[in-house]
Design a protein around this ligand. Structure first.
Ligand code: JHZ
Length: 410
């Protein structure tokens, strides 16, 4: 079989970073009435490109199939809403955004972010391909175009006179199969003196913190700063500032503008981060390839721990039904013999089964009813918020299990 090609630079992909075996789509929750139906599994393996160091999985399903009806609603975490509000306040201040300015957000989801700009009277436009999610944003009064973003959409926006003074894309870059068309679209729709900010999980942290569960088919690509800078440069965009954020296990927020725009000069943080990545070996294939062994060892340790708990006749339930939890459980082969059920506050997930493992998703109240000995926190990125909400399990001696970077009990 011929090797696949890098979706950015078209080099052959020969180096595996993580082979997670066969997995279903991580957000394809199974409605209870389909519990007896079969489901599709796809190879889940990440490769690194030797030329541009873009880490990526092959695409097996179209974005339509993955995002057409989406079960992820950004507003179901207070931590994330607080983060969004904080960003909006910073952006209004730093980029002097008033009623004459237009903000376009790509992948605006349920309006979790644009609502804070709306409150401040700035003009807003959301772009969100999942109709069921966009409907919630529309109900909040956030105008939303229900379509995938790319050069076609960018030309359409420009034609109607909508060029972005601030263009935002949070946790969307990983979800784009045609990366070049997407980034070219960003360049087209960005006003001449506009600013683009994007947030995405930082590959350096993904590798360093063993976050193999964040690899799933919906995340087509995984980015270091160096690789994003290269992709942006190729499309006439220059990154002038960057922030390291604690969100989603360690993310970057980049600030970019047109390569010929001199409004902002590059901050020292750009050089510092490049040095940090070089120091971490992000320009060497060996750094990426090493990841696989650590991932395998994590699987063994988690299983060893869970087997010990079950042999001691203790009960374990999950907290959360995040996409990453489905990679973790499917890769480690953790099914109902270990976990009785998981809980989630997202109404669209409650009553469904997890893809692959078929673990039922219940309302969080079920934890108080069944008093489990252990609660496995699947969205470990929100562990502080979840630990706060479920501290009551201590009343009956319950404990929490955090699976990433290595299994840990608290
Ligand atoms: P969460 C998401 O991945 C989605 P996921 C997406 N694929 C992406 O790119 C990455 O983030 C970066 C629930 N919950 O965000 C809500 C509670 O029930 O970690 C969610 O179902 N109670 C676009 O899906 C899940 O947990 C709570 O108190 O891996 C969290 O999912 C909280 C805080 C959350 O990610």
């Amino acid at each position: 079989m011929k090797p696949a090609l890098c979706r950015f630079c078209r080099s052959e992909l020969t180096d595996s970073v993580a082979d997670l075996g066969m997995s279903p789509l991580a957000n394809a929750f199974i409605p209870a009435e389909h519990s007896q139906s079969s489901e599709r599994f796809y190879p889940l393996q990440a490769f690194v490109c030797r030329e541009c160091f873009l880490v990526q999985v092959k695409d097996f399903e179209s974005p339509d199939q993955i995002f057409g009806e989406y079960s992820y609603f950004s507003s179901y975490s207070q931590t994330w809403l607080d983060h969004a509000k904080c960003y909006a306040e910073m952006a209004v201040e730093r980029f002097k955004l008033g009623p004459s300015k237009l903000i376009i957000e790509i992948a605006s989801n349920d309006g979790y972010l644009l609502q804070f700009f709306k409150e401040r009277g700035v003009r807003i436009q959301g772009v969100e391909p999942a109709a069921n999610v966009a409907k919630i944003a529309e109900a909040k009064g956030i105008p939303t175009l229900v379509k995938f973003f790319g050069t076609a959409m960018a030309h359409r926006l420009v034609k109607q006179g909508s060029m972005a003074d601030l263009l935002i894309g949070n946790n969307v870059l990983a979800h784009v199969p045609d990366l070049n068309d997407f980034v070219e679209g960003l360049r087209i729709v960005l006003a001449n003196d506009g600013v683009l900010t994007m947030e995405f999980p930082h590959l350096l942290q993904t590798l360093a913190c063993n976050q193999f569960d964040t690899i799933y088919h919906e995340h087509f690509s995984y980015f270091s700063f160096g690789t994003v800078e290269r992709i942006f440069q190729h499309h006439g965009l220059a990154i002038f500032d960057v922030e390291e954020l604690p969100t989603h296990g360690g993310s970057l927020r980049i600030f970019a503008h047109h390569a010929d725009d001199r409004t902002y000069s590059s901050t020292p943080r750009v050089r510092q981060l490049k040095d940090k990545e070089k120091g971490a070996g992000m320009d060497q294939v060996a750094t990426y390839v090493r990841f696989e062994e650590r991932m395998k060892e994590s699987k063994r340790k988690l299983l060893e721990f869970l087997i010990g708990v079950k042999r001691a006749r203790k009960t374990i339930v999950g907290y959360g039904a995040p996409a990453k939890g489905n990679t973790l459980l499917n890769y480690c082969g953790v099914r109902k013999g270990f976990i009785d059920y998981t809980v989630d506050i997202t109404p669209a997930k409650i009553g469904c089964l997890l893809p692959g493992t078929r673990i039922p998703i219940e309302h969080p109240d079920k934890i108080r009813e069944t008093k489990p000995d252990y609660v496995l926190i699947l969205p470990w990125n929100f562990q502080d918020e979840i630990l706060g909400k479920t501290a009551f399990i201590r009343q009956w001696g319950g404990k929490f299990i955090i699976p990433i970077p290595e299994v840990r009990v608290i």
